[in-house]
Design a protein around this ligand. Structure first.
Ligand code: PEP
Length: 252
């Protein structure tokens, strides 16, 4: 049985005081709901340390939204794995489509980040996804296979167990459009088979594959009921404690 994960990507939202309000709301709300979900929140860098202290005695875990692959040096504006570890991060989102498309991060850079995170005891939440154009030209599987093979190049079978994959169709992120549960399941099954080919059948049964793209309380249950969907990476709906908690409570 794979434990389901509900992860919240706060993106470039929430000042420090707003972060305190949101994290406290999630921690307090979790006391009142029954859930089997593993809960991860990924606030902006400026809130990580404070949020870490707020979630200390709760079941909420901390993740960052990005990091650099070098240890230190002249990389103005960047953050290292050790810096994230020093403020309590256990996870880091890598390869998010906004990093790929707005900041032009190629697969090779994402692979370097994944390797650095793994070597630093941080668990990557490795995001992949096709654009609308790619889906409409029937290249979804080819695009995803390339992203997975390149992103996970030189990753060992035991390292894979510390990676969470997040399938996030670009056309569904922040657009209000969601993949149907059937569309998402089809891709998740494809990804699990791919992992089986690249690593082993055993690994493919253990690795968690999340769906992301306009997940909200009204569609979470149908998506999460699918066999190969092991949770959700949530953007917009994680910015209010109430809607995030509603999604978490689906996992029971
Ligand atoms: C995301 O950015 O990872 C995401 C899934 O966003 P949203 O839920 O807003 O589509």
């Amino acid at each position: 049985m794979r434990t389901k994960i509900i992860a919240g990507n706060w993106k470039m939202n929430k000042t420090l005081s707003e972060s305190i309000t949101l994290a406290s709301g999630i921690v307090n709300g979790l006391n009142n709901i029954n859930t089997k979900a593993e809960v991860i929140i990924c606030p902006p860098f400026t809130s990580l340390e404070t949020v870490n202290s707020l979630i200390k005695n709760s079941k909420v875990k901390l993740g960052a939204q990005n990091m650099h692959f070098e240890d230190h040096g002249a990389f103005t504006g960047e953050i290292s794995a050790a810096m994230l570890k020093s403020v309590g991060c256990e996870f880091v989102i890598l390869g998010h489509s906004e990093r790929r498309h707005i900041f032009m991060e190629p697969d090779e850079m994402i692979n370097k980040k994944i390797k650095k995170a793994l070597g630093s005891n941080l668990k990557p939440v490795f995001c992949i996804g096709e654009t609308l154009e790619e889906r409409e030209s029937n290249s979804t599987f080819k695009v995803l296979e390339t992203q997975v093979r390149n992103g996970l190049a030189n990753v060992t079978g035991s390292e894979l167990l510390n990676i969470i994959i997040a399938y996030e169709p670009v056309w569904a992120i922040g657009t209000g459009k969601t993949a149907t549960p059937e569309q998402a399941q089809e891709v998740h099954q494809f990804l699990r088979n791919l992992i089986s080919q690249m690593f082993s059948e055993e690994s493919s049964k253990i690795v968690r594959i999340l769906y992301g793209g306009s997940v909200k309380p009204s569609n979470a249950e149908s998506l999460l009921s699918k066999e190969d969907i092991d949770g959700a990476l949530v953007g917009g709906a994680c910015l209010q404690a109430e809607s995030f908690l509603q999604i978490i409570s689906v996992v029971n």
